[in-house]
Design a protein around this ligand. Sequence first.
Ligand SMILES: [Mn+2]
Length: 343
Amino acid sequence: MAYATNTTIAALAERIRSAKRVLVTTHQKPDGDAMGSVLAVVRAARAVGVAAEGWLVGPCEGNLLSFAGDDPVVLVEPRNPTMPHGAFDLAVVVDTGAWAQLEILAPWLRAMAPNVVGLDHHARGDEVASERVVEVRRGSCTALLVDLVDALGVPLSHGGDARGRGSIAEALYLGLATDTGWFRFSNARAAEFALAARLVEAGVDKDAMYQLIEQSSSAARVKLQGCALSSLAFVRDGSIAVMRLTTADFEATGASIEEGSGIVNMPMEIALVRASVLAVEDAAAGVVKLSFRSKPAGPDGGFIDVNELAARFGGGGHVHAAGARLKGTLDEVVARVRAAVER
Ligand SMILES: [Mn+2]
């Protein structure tokens, strides 16, 4: 069966309303839209008197997790997973419909069929949910979920404190703002701006949210970005950026390894760059961690498959984001990467 809508929002609202205990989940490593989507469904279900819990498979950035507030959200550690226990009579899967993104909870969800429903805005997915609404034109999954909240008859301001924290509107805005790149991407259309207006009207503190999500780095992280950028080099006529971070860089800046995440994306600001590689030295473990990123297909339809590139170093991932770990010194590994992409 194609990954397409096979029911209505009204029918899904009725499934939630008539359930006793609902589990809401999303893809592993939740981003802003995944987190916002789970929180919006949990808050709306609880507002109509249905017990609901959010189950997230980490890792999950602390700033995102802080949006959960007092809501019942379980963070599953992939290395030591807790599985759902007790009697749930409905599972709602949001912002994904792909088994590959649900790995740890997949066996539990398979056992729950046919009591799994889905709401998503991605083009591809599997038979995870027996009943689902899939609308790829929505700028975020939360831009679809607002229809579910409306169908349940819950006001968007529900659950919020005086500053709008903890409301359904806040959860919807979290997904809408992050998935549209704060309304810069092409998926921010008239409907997304109209929804933003509704959410701000419902009490969302958009400036506080922007600061919490986009302006909350440590000074150490920004200094570490400086170290990486000062090592910036190019291969293949400037189309591939290569950066490196040494153990000494981490010591000098005081940044943790986790604070290095995302730095690989910085060279993507450069027009000519199609892919970026960051090599991070872990002297204690005697390995170098490689992160690969590439841009989606350009006007000519061409793109660099970094999954294939990472596979040459025993790693893997996705077409536009992948990683690998290699033994050796930083110089050796960077030389090998440069040689591999040169070809
Ligand atoms: Mn999304």
